[in-house]
Design a protein around this ligand. Structure first.
Ligand code: SAM
Length: 490
């Protein structure tokens, strides 16, 4: 591992599941700081590395929900610990080693301010910092290897903590330092929508060296024990940088770049960001302001956030402040949609959106993706209860979004796996309803579940019946046709 001293390397390898013969090396990157590079060619689907977390904890911004600080379940049995006020859901969680350590730390280090109350909420917000404070000196050394940044903005959660407790000065500065480490280096851990658990963040020592690309060549898989595995989503040549994506893959370029600048403090200049059509997907496109024109507006120099936009049909140029104004209106229109209620997306709002944006725009792509994943997967409206037309709608939404993902060139990304799983579910349901159709669509039923399985397997957020579906409806199953569909009735 270049650019790290031998003792630093040792610190890092302690977190790797298999440190022998790594497929990567840490080197200086042209993108910024250090990055991971392939030491040999890596085939699509290969596990590049798997690392254990240094710290896992609930996301501070979700502290409004009442969840257990030990098992992360959102539950009606949650209550505040009598000693420290942290929330736990059961006797078992309250007497766990983890809670005891945190409870002892709080009660012996943080003195409640007089006349304060409601300590639980602020403790929930600060739980991730508490876990960093509890690290050993050797573990804290690990943190000094990671990139941090100067954050000038007010750190409200820390101010709230100091309003409730008297916190030792050295701990306040450590929390400030950790704030920037988390901001730059931590990963959101996917959670399973079926389990009522709070979303988590994790700091992973090797993953923290992964730089970003809007067309990444890896996907992350988070296992139940919170280890994070990084797989190649496409073939990676020896010497190429191994890259992850810090933002949503389907966001348009201005939104991704702004988000990266705000959260990670850099302006991305990757190939996708440079291409105003975003590999032909036109995710940023707005409708031309000239009502008579059928053209679309795209940025003329996408790397310049203050640059003009131009219509691809009538060549009208629009200054960026007008574009920002329209994007603001779009943002508030989308904000007023009830995205959880898929069949009641208010028609007038959608019609207003359609005045400003073509169907290729990322807002419509996102709405279509949400619908594709929800139809047939909500309580009271399962796949077998859907009308034919809803089933067809789900199929076309899945296929359309898969085409966008393919055009972006992101290979076997997590999102592709999810969409293939849902496409498989539609096709299998169709074959169950019309057994005569099975032979005709069998090959696609088998290949979609097989690919989905390889992409999603092992991930906490993977559909619970993924493996069973693959066993019964994937390639190589020797069960008769009627039995294969048994799984859909389960
Ligand atoms: C998680 S760290 C990645 C490792 C980091 N380069 C290092 O040396 O430790 C994230 C930081 O790396 C830099 N970075 C990552 N991807 C980048 C990119 N595509 N362009 C510019 N800087 C990038 C940014 O400073 C970002 O805040």
């Amino acid at each position: 591992m270049a650019h790290l001293a031998a003792n630093e390397t040792l610190l890092l390898t302690a977190y790797l599941e298999d440190p022998t013969q790594p497929l990567w090396v840490i080197k200086r990157s042209n993108l910024g700081g250090r990055g991971l590079f392939a030491t040999q060619s890596i085939k699509k689907g290969t596990l590049i590395f798997k690392n254990k977390p240094l710290v896992v904890a609930p996301r501070a911004d979700l502290a409004g929900d009442t969840y257990c600080s030990v098992c992360y379940r959102v539950s009606a049995t949650c209550s505040a610990c009598e000693r420290c006020s942290q929330i736990t859901c059961s006797e078992e969680c309250n007497t766990s080693v983890q809670h005891r350590a945190e409870c002892n730390f709080i009660t012996s280090n943080w003195k409640p301010q007089p006349d304060s109350d409601n300590y639980s909420k602020v403790l929930a917000q600060m739980q991730i910092y508490l876990r960093f404070l509890l690290l050993s000196e050797e573990q804290k050394l690990m943190l000094s290897l990671l990139q941090n940044c100067n954050i000038d903005a007010k750190f409200e959660e820390l101010e709230e903590l100091c309003a409730k407790y008297v916190i030792p000065e050295e701990q306040v500065s450590f929390i400030h330092f950790i704030h920037s480490i988390i901001k730059i280096n931590s990963f959101r851990i996917a959670n399973n929508p079926q389990e009522r658990k709070i979303a988590l963040r994790g700091l992973y020592p090797l993953s923290a060296f992964l730089n970003h690309s809007c067309v990444p060549n890896t996907r992350n898989v988070f296992h139940r024990d919170f280890t994070m595995a990084v797989y190649a989503t496409r073939d990676i040549a020896a010497g190429d940088e191994i890259l992850t994506c810090y933002t949503g893959l389907l966001l348009c370029t201005p939104a991704r770049r702004c988000q990266l600048y705000k959260t990670k403090h850099f302006w991305c200049k990757c190939e996708r960001c440079k291409d105003n059509t975003e590999m032909g997907t036109k995710l940023s496109a707005l409708k031309c302001f000239n009502k008579e024109c059928v053209g679309i507006l795209l940025p003329m120099s996408p790397l310049d956030p203050r640059g003009e936009w131009c219509c691809d049909n009538c060549a009208t140029r629009v200054p960026c402040d007008k574009i920002s104004m329209i994007q603001g209106i779009l943002g508030s229109l989308v904000g007023s949609l009830d995205l959880d209620d898929q069949f009641r997306l208010e028609a007038p709002i959608l019609a207003r959106l359609a005045n400003f944006i073509p169907y290729s725009n990322h807002i419509f792509i996102d709405l279509r993706l949400r619908l594709a994943l929800k139809i047939g997967f909500t309580e009271g409206l399962k796949l077998n209860e859907l009308s034919e037309s809803r089933l067809s709608l789900k199929e076309s939404l899945c296929r359309g979004t898969l085409r966008t993902v393919a055009a972006l060139g992101v290979g076997d990304a997590h999102l592709r796996g999810l969409l293939l799983y849902h496409l498989h579910a539609v096709l299998a349901e169709r074959a169950r309803r019309s057994p005569d159709l099975y032979e005709e669509i069998k090959a696609e039923i088998e290949s979609t579940i097989e690919q989905a399985y390889h992409i999603l397997q092992g991930d906490i957020s993977a559909p619970p019946d993924l493996e069973l579906r693959r066993r019964y409806l994937g390639p190589g199953c020797d069960k008769p046709q009627e039995e294969r569909f048994f799984i859909l009735d389960a």
